[in-house]
Design a protein around this ligand. Structure first.
Ligand code: PLP
Length: 418
């Protein structure tokens, strides 16, 4: 046999995605395929929509996954509401703000950007002032900026958008399932989550939700695919410009996920099984409990990193809980450290992009990867590898500090229940 059996190494994955997949999700993926219109499958589709509403904390009717990686969710919402020439305001504070900009430009939007330093977030008033000046149709922003480990507060921006009748679109790919995301309370009109991060499901599906403000735009642009449209569809016609993408046309996807069950793409059956199991795990754990777990392991990790003598990157007040960025000490080759972690310890951590490449490491503590043993292993391995690279660290301090953090949290929890 020319090709051997698949035999991938077992890694401890501490990047900001993709992360270790919960074994329950892997098992669900081995479930036999059923046809996409089999009632057994449409029942699963409805269950996934219901679970997504809970995770997104929304009463929106529409909550379903796009088949594609996370950016497909961004692209689906944006291309379905952008009409050529529409003004879109995008505040950028890292790589993924640039991604939103690129997507909007490709769909013919008139894009306005504001930027702040990577490692910082925007004062909401700065964005609101700009909104009032530009009067865009859409404000699109990243909630958790994976490239810098920062979390942008959204509530004030969302309320200001609603008051000015602006559509508010949010990329919550890195934050969903790890920190609080309140779609309805924060007046978010369209939101995209990621599977391969805090949900611990493989990459390849992008859960989205949107409300009736977005649905109003879709109604004007609604199209039923040539070849399956009825006389009635033809009679109704369309008053707005057609959505530029067939694959991402939410007006068509809605007909597939809604009661009409109109054929569109062939559903990625096994990915939907995976998403269903991932969401079931989140809801079993409970949102509050899950956010507390992410915060606990972040605390222990930071305690260890700082005790080692390393410095964190970014504004601590606006840190994204599941992504911890560390400044690479002077004279240390960041890529060499990452390679040694992978080759000697089978641990993967990440570097970053653009201006931060070679300047910081990023450690993800997301979903199933966010476990005590992973925190302790990554700290001990990082210390060993840094010593190997001639870096002066406070030897033996990191693990003790992390273990103290865990013990303290146990004590606090015990006192609280007494
Ligand atoms: C915040 C954010 N948005 C969008 C993306 C793009 O996701 P994908 O690579 O799955 O298309 C990522 C990927 O890491 C991300 O972190």
């Amino acid at each position: 046999m020319r090709y051997a059996d698949l035999n991938t190494p077992l890694r401890t994955i501490m990047t900001p995605g993709p992360v270790e997949v919960d074994p329950r999700v892997l098992r669900a993926m081995a479930t036999p395929i059923v046809g996409q219109f089999d009632p057994a499958f449409t029942h699963i589709m409805n269950e996934v929509m219901d679970m997504l509403r809970q995770v997104f904390q929304t009463k929106n009717q529409w909550a379903f996954p796009i088949d594609g990686t996370s950016r497909s969710g961004n692209e689906a919402i944006l291309c379905s509401i952008i009409e050529p020439g529409d003004k879109v305001l995008i505040p950028i504070y890292g790589r993924f703000g640039h991604l939103l900009t690129e997507i909007c430009r490709r769909y013919g939007a008139d894009v306005y950007t504001i930027e702040c330093a990577w490692g910082e977030v925007f004062d909401p008033d700065v964005i609101i002032t700009e909104m009032k000046r530009i009067k865009p149709k859409i404000v699109a922003i990243v909630h958790g900026e994976t490239s810098t480990g920062c979390l942008q507060p959204l509530k004030e921006i969302g309320h200001a958008c609603r008051e000015s009748d602006i559509l508010f679109v949010v990329d919550a790919v890195a934050s969903i399932g790890g920190v609080d995301v309140k779609v309805d309370e924060w007046c978010i009109d369209g939101l995209v989550g990621g599977t391969q991060k805090c949900l611990s499901v493989p990459s390849g599906s992008a859960p989205i939700t949107y409300n009736n403000r977005i649905e109003q735009v879709l109604k004007r642009r609604k199209k039923v695919e040539q070849g399956i449209e009825t006389d009635e569809d033809r009679r109704l016609g369309r008053s707005g410009p057609i959505i530029a993408s067939n694959y991402f046309d939410l007006s068509m996807l809605q007909d597939y996920w809604g009661p009409r069950r109109l054929n569109h793409h062939t559903e990625a059956t096994s990915m939907l099984y995976a998403l269903r199991e991932g969401l079931r795990i989140v809801l079993e754990e409970g949102l509050e409990q899950r956010f507390l777990r992410h915060a606990l392991h972040e605390k222990a990790l930071i305690a260890g990193i700082e005790a080692m003598g390393l410095k964190l990157f970014g504004n601590k007040e606006h840190k994204l809980t599941p992504v911890t960025c560390i400044i690479i000490p002077d004279g240390i080759d960041g890529e060499s450290v990452r390679s040694m972690l992978l080759n000697e310890f089978s641990i993967e951590i990440a570097s970053s992009f653009g201006p931060l490449h070679g300047k910081i490491w990023r450690i993800g503590t997301m979903g199933y990867s966010c476990r005590k043993e992973n925190i302790l292993i990554v700290l001990s391995a990082l210390e060993a590898v840094l010593i190997r690279h001639g870096c002066s660290v406070n030897r033996g301090e990191a693990l003790q500090a992390a273990m103290d953090a865990y013990e303290e949290s146990l004590l606090t929890a015990k006192t609280a229940t007494e």
